[in-house]
Design a protein around this ligand. Structure first.
Ligand code: PHE
Length: 350
């Protein structure tokens, strides 16, 4: 018996020396302590032994079982720690590696332009006001001196909802609203950016587009004030060297009316494809508020005067960012919008 135990111990020592993995430890457990293991076998012939012998064999085999169990537990712990250390070493995180680029949204070109326009006019003391896109015929046309039957309200141009309501064709409707709303008939200085709708659809005309309206009503407002304001505005939006030109025009709600051109910001006025070789680009409609419009808004034209202007946001956006088709502005194509992720200046045409 002692011999057997001694040889088991020796074999165990050699086995443990050659053990390098948890899997091998598990195998050793089977080899020594399993049902048919070397230690278990020591007690296989118990039945044939006397009581005295049984006691002795039982004691010795218990001792060797404890010994083997402890030895295997020790090597198991050691290997476990080694494996853990190896794993930790392998899995170290390099915190200096750059991370994946985070996708972020960007402001729509429209919003960039609206914000710039608002900044400019708010700094001059204007209010920014809002109005509904579903508008009454009265506010969109009648109160702007466009009576029933006037060609400007042609069904070709306008989306009618019924005989009373329509999708506004111009933000000028907010002129009428603002005058009516101002019960005390105090001076008005407002701009109104918003969407308007017309029955148009090609590369330079969309059925929906953006406008900014401006309205000033006060005493002694003159065409010179309008000119000065728009000159400053054009320089702010398009650069200090921008020149402004007024051409006589017609709008039912202003008298006199003008169309406003700016010197081409691409060629500086020399003539290029953008300005169709004229050196000028039309950006605004404007004029002095028609006495009829003032009267319908509750302002006495003998006391009050005013000017109004309206500009298309889309044209500004197209020029500023060199966008070839107006419809890109409305289709929300991520490939188009992503290009505005960069700084404004990089996108602007020089
Ligand atoms: N509402 C006009 C348009 O849509 C522009 C305009 C606004 C003209 C205000 C004069 C005064 O064309």
């Amino acid at each position: 018996m002692n011999e057997k135990i001694k040889s088991i111990k020796e074999e165990l020592t050699t086995d443990i020396k050659n053990t390098h993995s948890m899997k091998e430890v598990a195998d050793l457990k089977v080899k020594y302590l399993g049902k048919k293991g070397l230690v278990t076998e020591l007690t296989s012939n118990m039945k044939e032994l006397s009581i005295e012998e049984r006691k002795e064999v039982g004691k010795l085999s218990n001792e060797i079982r404890t010994h083997v169990t402890e030895e295997l537990a020790t090597i198991e712990k050691k290997l476990e720690l080694e494996e853990l250390n190896q794993k930790l070493e392998k899995d170290t995180i390099d915190i200096s590696l750059p991370s994946d680029k985070i996708k972020r949204g960007s402001r729509h070109p429209f919003n960039r332009i609206i914000e710039d326009i608002e900044d400019f006019f708010v700094s001059m003391g204007y209010d920014v006001v809002d109005g509904p896109e579903i508008e009454t015929d009265e506010n969109c046309f009648q109160r702007l001196n466009v009576p029933l039957g006037h060609p400007a309200r042609d069904a070709q141009d306008t989306f009618y909802i019924d005989s009373e309501y329509l999708l506004r064709t111009q933000t000028s409707s907010v002129q009428a609203r603002t005058m009516q709303k101002n019960q005390e008939k105090t001076p008005i200085r407002m701009i109104c950016p918003g969407k308007v709708y017309r029955r148009d659809d090609d590369a330079t005309h969309s059925h929906q587009f953006g406008q900014v309206e401006g309205l000033v009503i006060d005493k002694n407002v003159s065409l010179a004030d309008l000119k000065g304001t728009l000159e400053l505005f054009a320089k702010k939006m398009l650069g200090e060297n921008t020149k402004v030109r007024f051409r006589p025009s017609f709008f039912p709600f202003t008298e006199p009316s003008v169309e406003v051109d700016v010197s081409c910001f691409k060629c500086g006025g020399k003539g290029c494809s953008l300005c169709k070789q004229t050196g000028w680009i039309e950006v605004l409609g404007a004029g002095m508020v028609h006495p009829n419009v003032l009267r319908m808004g509750g302002y006495d034209p003998e006391v009050w005067t005013g000017f109004a202007f309206g500009t298309g946001l889309d044209r500004f956006a197209m020029f500023r960012y060199a966008i070839p088709d107006i419809r890109y502005l409305y289709t929300n194509d991520i490939r188009f919008l992503e290009q505005f992720d960069r700084k404004d200046e990089e996108n602007e045409i020089k």
